[in-house]
Design a protein around this ligand. Sequence first.
Ligand SMILES: NC(=O)c1ccc[n+]([C@@H]2O[C@H](COP(=O)([O-])OP(=O)(O)OC[C@H]3O[C@@H](n4cnc5c(N)ncnc54)[C@H](OP(=O)(O)O)[C@@H]3O)[C@@H](O)[C@H]2O)c1
Length: 349
Amino acid sequence: MSGLQKALLLPTKQGQFTLGDVPIPTPGSGELLVKIESTGLNPLDWKVREYGIVREDYPVLLGYDAAGIVEEVGPNVQGFAKGDNVCFQAGPTNSYCAFQQYALAAVHVTAKIPSNITFDEAVSVPSGINTAAMGLFAHDITVYGAKLSPPWKDAGIGKHAGKPILILGGSSCVGHFTIQVARLSGFSPIITTASLHNTDLLKSIGATHVLDRNLSADALHAEITKITKQPIELVWDSISEPSTQNMAYDLTSPGGTLVLVLWDTIDPAKKAAQPGKNVIAHIGADFAVWEDGTGTWQALPKLLENGSIKPMRTEVSEGGLNGIVPGLERLKNNRVSAAKLVVHPQETV
Ligand SMILES: NC(=O)c1ccc[n+]([C@@H]2O[C@H](COP(=O)([O-])OP(=O)(O)OC[C@H]3O[C@@H](n4cnc5c(N)ncnc54)[C@H](OP(=O)(O)O)[C@@H]3O)[C@@H](O)[C@H]2O)c1
């Protein structure tokens, strides 16, 4: 397939998003060309524009979550065929990004979508499950993870039974999937923070206790002590703003591990006062090492089909690719709660 397609471009660093025409890419070895039906929006998309970070290859396309229909299969691909419904971890460079109507998908970060899952539901999954899985399970020295065993491999299911975990920000996309992976791994109790109107939702996916995200570190500590007398040896900060990072560090037990999903901004004086806590800044930006033997993408179709992993609630930002700019504005202003914002690139006029 060749020709032009609609895409939302960021022409220059910290410039304005602009709708334009770009060539439809051709799949190479180990790649698929996918007609994108649903694109998911991520905080990273507005951060790249606002702060001029991560990308230098301007003009750039962004968009790191995609779902659609396989249009063409490249050489050396097994297990995928034209017409398959798939979701994939999009990015990091233009041909692979999701702010366009057709993109390349690398098969090692692509999964077939089971028939019980819609494109919109499927597109809520890639970045969330990847971040959760890599942050908890990665062993590779180039990707930092807590080096646990994935629950979908070997004897990983239920392996951490009876061990508590604290997950700050359970209603974020990253939190939504981390709670579910922790549930499959057997962690208990699974304590999370969120706005309390999300309590039922978070309990339905595996959180055992939902605490108000506005509590101070001291108040949270008091509540956690009422829930379990065990030390909290694993803390996951799905939000990883300086305020949550510092709080998470305080709540990690001596000798325990804290996983962050952004760069470490914990106060050095706090670290000096409480030495011996292991901080993992899990930054999943290096596409080449996304898979790292965790088996996540191979396991995903079954996990979605049997309901072990549930997609997020989704909200559509209307207008095809033109829905991206207002959607990113909502994300930036914290106007999205416990939902993945999606757009439908094929509806672009
Ligand atoms: N390292 C990586 O590979 C990687 C990958 C993906 C994302 N990230 C980063 O991870 C962070 C989360 O991304 P996301 O896509 O999951 O975000 P998101 O879904 O857009 O997050 C929105 C949610 O965050 C919750 N929230 C905001 N501030 C909070 C706080 N102080 N305490 C508890 N909950 C809070 C809100 O909860 P309520 O509505 O309940 O109040 C809301 O539901 C972002 O900084 C993103 O850049 C990193």
